[in-house]
Design a protein around this ligand. Structure first.
Ligand code: PLP
Length: 374
């Protein structure tokens, strides 16, 4: 068995057929008919009225932040344990991210810390569902309502997941998705902003397309982006969404299998299987080394690589990012749980193309490594 990559996507449905259709008809740009069809299907699958497809999930976050009118002087509350795209969308708009720590069990933002962080400059809360379980959303929605705040839901990792039976991607003013190859639906690169408000949808479409005016094409009131999504990407997306239900089932089965086999190994904190509001979807299968284990996640990654297994360390906290620290931002801020996850957490091969034989090899490797640690 060769090296087992941390992710390999599954492209065994209508991907080739729809892509050939693009080539046969000549529709390859963002003007092609698959784009609107994919926007409609994906947004409908999470119960949203509108979808605006963009070039990637990072672009979706930038557009969401801009569309809500977040600007210099504003503060946006978000987890420190997340991907840079979240903080970057806020700082690029000239606004300030205000962080909360993580919950050690779910690895999501600790929603109990949000209210104390609200000031008269707070404009929005950005919730990010991390790795497999959604954020506990009800208290966040209640705070947004109470203080008149906007809410953005980063559901990039959670397409197909639900919170109390309602789809992730249906909460707050805007939700975003990514279609990077490790996401449940992939278009190679791609993303989407989904919403129920027609005005917000129009605003996102405008920002995606350089803020061209409707009537006078080359005259601009505002600087937008070229974050357009191509018909080729949409062709992949349409084929992929046909397989979403199957993909989610597969992820859950893989997650449960890993847990069953890894449960007896000491020194590892495995993902929570279920909470009061959702069952884990195992977007990636992560785990965290316990305090007494003498190596960190980078050491673990190296040991796994030596055994032919790809892995990734968890996110590095936003408040510890050199790019922000060197400008004096977030100095002295401490979020112990998030810092712990960032140093001790890692995830193992969890892509949809992973075979049972490969999973067994991963399990054996972890057992071997951990035997020497505890
Ligand atoms: C993948 C991801 C993104 C960014 O998406 P890209 O398409 O890679 O730009 C944003 N947020 C979260 C939580 C993600 O997992």
């Amino acid at each position: 068995m060769g090296f087992i990559p941390v992710n390999e996507p599954l492209l065994n449905g209508n991907e080739k057929k729809y892509l050939c259709e693009c080539i046969d008809t000549g529709w390859i740009s963002s003007e092609g008919p698959f784009v609107k069809e994919f926007e409609k299907k994906l947004s409908a699958s999470v119960g949203r009225a509108y979808g605006v497809a963009v070039s990637n999930g990072t672009a979706a976050l930038e557009i969401a932040v801009r569309a809500l009118g977040i600007e210099p002087g504003d503060e946006v509350i978000m987890p420190t344990f997340t991907i840079i795209s979240c903080a970057a969308a806020v700082t690029k708009a000239g606004a300030v991210p205000v962080f909360v720590d993580s919950d050690l069990k779910t690895w999501n933002m600790n929603v109990d810390e949000i209210e104390a962080k609200i000031t008269d400059r707070t404009k929005a809360i950005l919730v990010v569902h991390i790795y497999g379980l959604p954020v506990e959303l009800e208290p966040v929605l209640a705070l947004a309502e109470k203080y008149g705040l906007k809410m953005i839901e980063d559901a990039a990792e959670m397409l197909g997941q639900t919170y109390k039976g309602l789809p992730c991607g249906s909460f707050g003013d805007l939700s975003i998705f990514s279609f990077y190859p490790n996401k449940h639906v992939t278009t190679g690169e791609g993303g989407m902003v989904v919403m129920n408000d027609a005005g917000l949808a129009e605003r996102c479409r405008s920002l995606r397309n350089l803020c061209f005016q409707r009537d006078v094409r080359y005259v601009h009131d505002e600087i937008g982006y070229n974050y357009r999504f191509t018909n080729l990407q949409a062709a992949l997306g349409l084929a992929q969404i046909e397989q979403l239900e199957e993909a989610v089932k597969r992820k859950r089965a893989m997650g449960r299998y890993y847990t069953k086999k890894l449960r007896e190994i000491g020194g590892l904190m495995l993902p929570l299987e279920t909470t009061a509001y959702a069952d884990n979807i195992y977007w990636v299968y992560g785990m965290v080394l316990e305090q007494n284990i003498p190596i960190d996640n980078k050491g673990m990654q190296k040991l796994l690589a030596e055994k032919g297994i790809g892995s990734r360390t968890f996110f590095w906290c936003m408040h510890e990012q050199p790019v922000y620290r060197k400008t004096g931002m977030f100095l002295g801020e401490v979020y112990p749980n998030a810092e712990y996850l960032a140093r001790k957490g890692f995830y193992i091969p969890s892509g949809l193309a992973l075979t049972k034989m490969q999973m067994d090899k991963v399990i054996e490797a972890i057992k071997d490594i951990m035997k020497q640690m505890v």
